[in-house]
Design a protein around this ligand. Structure first.
Ligand SMILES: NC(=O)c1ccc[n+]([C@@H]2O[C@H](COP(=O)([O-])OP(=O)(O)OC[C@H]3O[C@@H](n4cnc5c(N)ncnc54)[C@H](OP(=O)(O)O)[C@@H]3O)[C@@H](O)[C@H]2O)c1
Length: 229
């Protein structure tokens, strides 16, 4: 059994939620955040202390600062940070996407992981180890119609991660990871019922969690894909 700590943003649904039981079963302590208060309460009942599930909108700098301070106080420096929280917009060409919707996806998908790294990297660098995974996408490496703002955020995640990896020099590995294509609320919003052709989040998590647990300095700055993804 491990006594390691994993931080997961976007823990109430989809991939974030599906990974939690596997980390818990392996003996990891889990700190998770999202916005849905009721789901967070339910998760706290399902996985009580030492695990910690709390409200934090990753788009709001002050909330990220408070969440990260809480993580460091309760758990010490985390071993693994999974910057998983993100949104997608309704399918549409850019010129039919409002400035407000564009701003919202930038704030959550880019500024969120950047803020998490800003608040956790100093402690992780001081300790001299740890891994940060920034969730990218197939649409962070190639493009598609009607998802330009989402693609822009995931291409940004690739650049943000690789450049930050150069700054850490591998003491703390910063890695952009494409999770693959998985049937979640997010996929249903873009693919509709065709999302059912893809594996569900629980099936995905069985491959993804062992893969994340094994990441280390050798992976710093390397764009990776979850096996089978
Ligand atoms: N599913 C796929 O096929 C696929 C493919 C490529 C990449 N990805 C990436 O994988 C990650 C997970 O996707 P998913 O399919 O699991 O999405 P999902 O089912 O829509 O779940 C997203 C999670 O993020 C949380 N979240 C959203 N906005 C947030 C915010 N501002 N602050 C904090 N938490 C927030 C949501 O919880 P609340 O609503 O409670 O805040 C939810 O728990 C994302 O980065 C996504 O871009 C997914």
């Amino acid at each position: 059994m491990s006594s390691k700590t994993v931080v997961i943003t976007g823990c109430t649904r989809g991939l974030g939620q599906a990974m939690i039981p596997l980390f818990v079963k392996a003996g990891w302590k889990v700190a998770g955040c999202a916005r849905d208060a009721q789901r967070l309460t339910d998760m706290s009942k399902l996985h009580p202390a030492p695990h910690w599930f709390t409200r934090c909108n990753v788009a709001i700098e002050e909330e990220v600062a408070a969440f990260c301070a809480g993580v460091l106080e309760r758990f010490g420096t985390p071993d693994l940070v999974l910057n998983n929280a993100a949104i997608i917009h309704p399918n549409a060409p850019l010129w039919e996407t409002s400035a407000a919707d564009f701003g919202r996806i930038i704030d959550i998908n880019i500024k969120g992981p950047a803020a998490m790294m800003r608040h956790l990297l100093p402690a992780m660098l001081k300790r001299g180890e740890g891994v940060i995974v920034n969730f990218s996408s197939g649409w962070g490496r190639c493009t598609a119609a009607e998802v330009a703002p989402y693609c822009a955020t995931k291409y940004a995640i690739e650049g943000l991660s690789m450049a930050t990896a150069q700054d850490t020099g591998g003491k703390v590995a910063v890695i952009p990871v494409n999770p693959g294509i998985i049937d979640t609320d997010m996929l249903r919003s873009t693919f509709g019922d065709n999302a059912g052709d893809f594996p569900d989040a629980k099936t995905w998590a069985k491959k993804a969690v062992p893969f994340f647990m094994k990441l280390g300095p050798k992976d710093n700055g390397r764009p990776l894909t979850v096996p089978g993804g």
